[in-house]
Design a protein around this ligand. Sequence first.
Ligand code: CP
Length: 311
Amino acid sequence: MSKETVLSTKHLLGIKDLTPNDINLIFQTADGFKEVINRPIKKVPSLRDITIANLFFENSTRTKISFELAEKRLSADVVNFSASSSSVTKGETLLDTVNNILSMKVDMVVLRHPTQGAPHFLANKINANVINAGDGTHEHPTQALLDSYSIREKYKNFNDLKVCIIGDIMHSRVALSNIFCLKKLGAQVKVCGPPTLIPKMTTSLGIDVEYDIDKALEWCDVANVLRIQFERQDEKFIPSLREYSTYYGITLDRVNKLSKEITIMHPGPINRGVEISSDLADSEHSIILDQVENGVAIRMAVLYLLAGQNG
Ligand code: CP
């Protein structure tokens, strides 16, 4: 259990920078906020007079709504920016855009950007706290935190827990952040997918690769299933979706044949019938909607702890 009461970092740029104490502090803080958001009055005044800008240069449903809800539940003032309807389309740079927003006295910036390292670049240039809401194929730290928090809720601790991340590891920021987070918490981690979608550097992270989906499912307690990120692929990595779904798609039938119960997770958005069947996504094995619910409490905890560092 964490004894710390402050995070070791001013920004949340990636799980790579967090200590196990930071992660446990975020989880313990989220426990309190989860209780708050299940009350009839779901709001606390913790971030009153704090202004947060949500800057989304890439599409999002879950992360954007979840951050906005978390900010409003903490009583922060919120401004939302979407690149497609902004002056970015007229050629304005990321730094100019952010500096203009900051001149309007913004305290914290939540940034989703298609370029790896964009939040790190900003954090070096501005005084506001920066939270990475997903940068290219690099990291998606709040997704990994809510994923591990959801596992902790079900299994209580990570000792001897086996988690397999399945699918398009190559183009996934969720995979890398989950690997860092689960390893820091003491879980055993494997990845599984077609060889063309597993990066060569995977084993250098200290995790094993399994190419046989049925062996991977038999090994794990928790399967975190990822979609194929076609929007980040310039070339073809699999022969066809039908072939992918035959060899790597997870179905209720596949899970029911295992010798033990496993938990199915997915960060969303789901491509039903490709990486996961509808009957499995909607089954009692799945905690997909618990992940979404926990996302609000985790993001409240991150915002609260980072704001607390500003004195
Ligand atoms: N899991 C996730 O990041 O979903 P969105 O792209 O909808 O935010």
